[in-house]
Design a protein around this ligand. Structure first.
Ligand code: C2E
Ligand code: CA
Ligand code: CA
Length: 735
């Protein structure tokens, strides 16, 4: 047990509060601080360690203020300096008190802040949702609706504008467009009024399936009074020949989305009229109303029929025209695979063109109709067409024998002249039948084969139907190819002259050559002039061909003469001239040119003319002949005796040479008539001072006879066949 005393320490005035306490007692320092330490309450501590004390001084500056109080968030700390009697510090009393209320207050503060935040965000979200739902969405849909209302109207949307500005702009545009819409509506109404009261389109308003109203045009169209139609169903004005108009049918069609159709409507006089009807459902009405727009299309229909007639039929004959017939033939080809037998009959009225030129178009048309009527009569169940001015084709079905008989009947009917417009006319109808066994690829082949067959038919049987064989067909196809190629052949000089020597009958000595055209065709080899000369004539290429051969022949003769310079005998060259070439304006100039160019002497060039040339206008023919002869060219009459010419031709024309046709020479051995004819021709020709040439002499017996009758010259295989220029030169080089 020890006693300590405590005395408060005051300043000298005694007015201020105690600045400290003085503890005093016995042997105080001996017990200090350990005993004091035990006396202290919890949360108090005596710091006696000099390090700890100086640390406190450094941190809190206790030195200057021995009663310093330091606050942190957790506690309040009070440092009090304890000094001894000398005033030096012996310890520091640290007392601390946790700041319980302060801490609690801080927590409450945080709780408050958090609760406020939660409440505020909750309220904001509620406000946002409410705004969005009640205002925003409506706003957007409002903007959308206005935009929809404006439709495709251009607006200058600016992304920078806010919704209000955009909507303001939209509303302005809406106001503008609504004004325009009103104007348009007014205009549309006016148009509708005009249409409704106009005369062009009939309008029928159906309400609950009965006629509620009709416009004047409908009444005009159908010939009714208004009262007669109001309240009736559509059946009242439906034509009998069509189902579309029957009321139920009509509404079924409408329900299926078909609102346009052509139909017949019945007029008040029970006649029917073709109409096109367009139906429009009127949606605004409570009842089901339909507006029908009715238009008279009878004229259009007639025109369509007329167009069909014009496009499918030949206007003169009334038969199918070429394109339609080609389609029919295609149909036959298709059916052929089903085993249907068919054949194609081809007719050509070969003198129609002449009739047109001589008698004019009217008679020509009548002739065409005459043939068309006959064909339709005979082939009433077949497709009959006219494919060119003079060509007719029938697509025949059934057995070929029967078809052939019918064809021959028709040809027989035209064998004699027909009477038309007080005239007797020969139409020159010829026909060919192409059975389906022939492998014709297309219609062109058929037409060409028919043409070629009838045109090259032996004249004695020309009035009979030719049933074309596959071989004949092949030949005609060849001719078609040649026909195609001949232009290029002439251009490329593929047609060349061969030369057949002509010799003195008595001695066999060479007196001349005949130039004969040859075509070396890449596909068919050597083609005969009998084939391509007629082609060249048809294609109007014969003058060109004639000029090329003339040039080659004259050149050949010059070469030949130069090679035979030792031989004083003059040799001639015969060139065949066709009728168009003979009458061609350029002939005389051409002749003059080649004679000069190849230095031919007078009489060396001989032109062989056919008898048909002499059938022209005599005066003109004579003029031409004189002009040609003036150039020193001789004239020969080729194939004498085969045509129409008579002995008088020999007297009337300034001819130099007569060529007896091979057909007479062939008859020499067997035919007495031919013999006497030749004898007479030779003697008469000699009397007229003409040189006679016998063509186609093939054997010694013919030659002997001809020599007895003093024929002058011979051309025939017995002596020489035609040969090319090189061989001719070589043959006579050797002598
Ligand atoms: P053409 O003027 O009567 O010619 C004679 C024809 O008889 C030639 O036939 C000739 O090769 C042939 N021939 C000559 N001797 C004999 C013989 O002993 N026996 C047989 N079987 N035939 C013989 P080619 O060359 O076929 O000419 C046929 C026709 O073609 C010619 O008949 C002529 O009318 C015409 N032709 C030929 N070349 C030309 C030409 O350049 N221009 C014109 N316009 N027609 C030509
Ligand atoms: Ca000849
Ligand atoms: Ca001849």
């Amino acid at each position: 047990m020890w006693i300590i005393s405590m005395t408060p320490v005051r300043d000298s005035s005694g007015e201020s509060e105690t600045v400290g306490w003085m503890l005093w007692g016995q042997q105080l320092t001996r017990t200090f601080p350990s005993l004091y330490q035990d006396l202290l309450m919890a949360q108090s501590q005596l710091l006696t360690d000099p390090n700890a004390m100086s640390g406190v001084h450094e941190a809190f500056g206790v030195d200057d203020n021995p009663h310093s109080i330091f606050r942190s968030n957790q506690e309040l700390v009070h440092y009090a300096s304890i000094r001894d009697m000398t005033g030096s510090e012996v310890a520091i009393l640290k007392t601390w008190e946790p700041r319980l209320y302060y801490q609690k207050g801080e927590h409450v503060f945080y709780y408050l802040i958090i609760s406020m935040l939660v409440v505020t965000s909750f309220i904001s979200m509620v406000v946002f949702w409410l705004f969005r739902d009640k205002v925003g969405k409506r706003f957007i849909s409002f903007e959308q609706n206005i935009q929809d209302l404006l439709g495709g109207m251009p607006q200058h949307s600016d992304n920078k504008q806010d919704e209000f500005e955009r909507i303001t702009q939209l509303v302005e545009s809406l106001a503008l467009s609504s004004n325009q819409a009103q104007d348009q509506l007014k205009a549309t109404l006016q148009k509708f009024e005009a249409l409704y009261h106009g005369q062009s389109v009939g309008m029928i308003l159906l309400s609950d399936r009965v006629i509620a109203d009709v416009n004047p045009a409908t009444l005009e169209l159908l010939g009714y009074q208004r009262e007669e139609l109001i309240g009736k169903t559509l059946d009242a004005i439906c034509g009998t020949s069509n189902a579309e108009c029957a009321v139920d049918q009509f509404f079924v069609m409408l329900a299926n989305g078909q609102n346009k159709f052509d139909t017949f409507m019945q007029r008040s006089d029970l006649s029917e009229i073709a109409c096109s009807v367009e139906a429009t459902l009127l949606q605004d009405s409570d009842t089901s109303s339909v507006m029908l727009a009715v238009q008279d299309i009878s004229e259009q229909k007639q025109q369509a029929e007329l167009i069909q007639t014009l496009t499918q039929y030949d206007p003169i004959s009334g038969l199918l025209n070429r394109p339609t017939l080609i389609e029919s033939v295609r149909g036959l080809f298709r059916n052929q695979s089903d085993g249907h037998e068919f054949s194609i009959m081809y007719f050509n009225a070969t003198r129609l063109k002449e009739i047109d030129e001589v008698y004019g178009h009217e008679l020509y048309d009548a002739c065409v109709r005459h043939i068309a009527d006959s064909l339709k009569r005979y082939f009433s169940r077949e497709e009959v067409g006219r494919i060119s001015e003079s060509e007719f084709v029938v697509c025949c079905t059934g057995p070929i024998g029967r078809v052939e008989r019918m064809g021959n009947h028709i040809l027989a009917a035209y064998r004699a002249k027909i009477s038309l417009a007080d005239m007797e006319l020969d139409l020159g109808l010829k026909g060919a039948l192409l059975p389906s066994s022939i492998d014709f690829e297309n219609f062109e082949n058929i037409a060409h084969c028919g043409y070629y067959t009838v045109m090259n038919r032996n004249p004695s049987v020309a009035n009979q139907l030719t049933v074309v064989t596959p071989e004949q067909f092949e030949r005609t196809q060849e001719a078609q190819i040649l026909n195609r190629d001949i232009v290029a052949a002439l251009k490329n000089r593929e047609i060349i002259a061969h030369y057949q020597p002509i010799v003195k009958a008595a001695s066999g000595q060479l007196v001349g050559f005949e130039a004969l055209a040859r075509w070396k065709h890449p596909q068919f080899g050597m083609v005969s002039p009998a084939v391509f000369v007629p082609l060249a004539e048809q294609r109007k290429l014969i003058v060109e061909l004639g000029e090329q051969i003339l040039d080659q022949a004259c050149e050949f003769l010059q070469t030949f003469q130069q090679a035979q310079a030792h031989n004083k005998q003059m040799v001639s060259i015969h060139v065949n001239i066709s009728s168009p070439h003979f009458y061609h304006s350029s002939l005389v100039d051409t002749l003059r040119k080649v004679i000069e160019q190849y230095q031919l002497a007078a009489g060396q060039l001989v032109l062989e003319l056919t008898e048909s040339i002499l059938m022209g206008v005599e005066e003109e023919t004579l003029q031409r002949m004189d002009a040609i002869k003036a150039l020193g060219v001789q004239l020969a009459l080729d194939d004498f005796g085969t045509g129409y010419s008579s002995f008088s031709s020999l007297c009337n024309f300034p001819l130099d040479i007569v060529k007896l046709d091979k057909s007479y020479i062939d008859g020499l051995d067997t035919n007495e008539k031919a013999k006497s004819l030749i004898r007479n021709i030779i003697s008469m020709s000699q009397e007229l001072g003409l040189t006679t040439v016998a063509e186609g002499v093939e054997n010694a017996s013919q030659l002997r006879k001809l020599n007895v009758w003093n024929v002058d010259e011979i051309q025939g295989y017995y002596f020489y066949k035609p040969m090319d220029a090189a061989l001719a030169l070589e043959t006579f080089q050797r002598g």
